[in-house]
Design a protein around this ligand. Structure first.
Ligand code: SF4
Ligand code: SF4
Ligand code: F3S
Length: 264
């Protein structure tokens, strides 16, 4: 997809942990250097750009006002309490930064569960009254790449589909069906043990080592939609294969609705 004029991407941060950016840096299809040097033009990213202060602000305004337009990626939730003053970047609230960029963006991608559903910020009691990108903007066209963090392959895949002009089918939560259309459970290598009624009694048991199902230890794979078992993280592994239950990180309100994360 290398192009002579690479499409501009503005990547904003709201209330979050930067784990989603860490995930993007570890993309391997393509690697991050190919992604930002050959495929897109990452014109603003608060945590990895070399520029700081006024130079960074200038880069943002230049990208926002480019006649070729830009794709907006937003990581993190939006604190709304006290007019958004609990979250400030460059002298502006995160809410205002998002609103200003969203008004001009050709497409909006919410990156990670904080951005797609509020994430840990919006977990009870949600002291900053944080909300998702789509909820704050009151828009139905935000592409949600859920996960805490999301698999970078799903982010890159969505960007590539958009740049190729392909229709991106979304589920009822605005997640691309290509990545979130099947439950974790239905793709899990331990599902044969689930079907046979063979469940690990504890994380350190011989049964767990043999690959028995982790359902009785709190696994939320049956109610979680994501492609981790097939895509893997860093081409290496995924939580359940490593012996950890799925905690439902790509679902709304998972901090509240999926906990306790460990049972037994
Ligand atoms: Fe961090 Fe998870 Fe939020 Fe991403 S979705 S910023 S990894 S807390
Ligand atoms: Fe389903 Fe979890 Fe058991 Fe895998 S470990 S089969 S995802 S319940
Ligand atoms: Fe998240 Fe479950 Fe995958 S916790 S990373 S959706 S295995």
């Amino acid at each position: 997809l290398a192009a002579s004029k690479r499409p501009s991407v503005i990547y904003l941060h709201g209330a979050e942990c930067t784990g989603c950016s860490e995930a993007v840096l570890r993309t391997y299809k393509p690697f991050i250097d190919e992604l930002i040097l050959d495929t897109i033009s990452l014109d603003y990213h608060e945590t990895i750009m070399a520029a700081a202060g006024e130079a960074a602000e200038d880069a943002l305004h230049k990208a926002m006002n480019s006649p070729d337009g830009f794709i907006l990626v937003h990581e993190g939730a939006i604190p709304t309490i006290e007019n958004g003053n609990w979250g400030m970047v460059g002298g502006h609230t995160m809410a205002d930064n998002l609103k200003a960029c969203a008004a001009k963006a050709k497409a909006i991608i919410a990156m990670g569960t904080c951005a797609t559903f509020g994430g840990v910020q919006a977990a009870k009691p949600n002291p900053s009254q944080a909300v998702s990108v789509a909820k704050y903007l009151d828009r139905k066209d935000v592409i949600n790449i859920a996960g805490c963090p999301p698999n970078p392959i799903n982010f890159v895949g969505a960007v590539v589909l958009y740049l190729k002009g392909e229709k991106i089918d979304l589920d009822s939560l605005n997640r691309p069906k290509a990545f979130f259309g099947t439950s974790v459970h239905d793709q899990c290598e331990r599902v044969k043990f689930f079907d046979e009624g063979k469940f690990a009694p504890s994380f350190d048991s011989e049964e767990a080592k043999k690959g028995y199902c982790l359902y009785n230890l709190g696994c939320r794979g049956p109610e979680t939609f994501n492609n981790c078992p097939k895509v893997l993280f860093n081409d290496t592994n995924w939580p359940v294969k490593a012996g950890h239950p799925c905690i439902g990180c790509s679902e709304p309100s998972f901090w509240d609705s999926m906990s306790p994360f460990y049972v037994g």
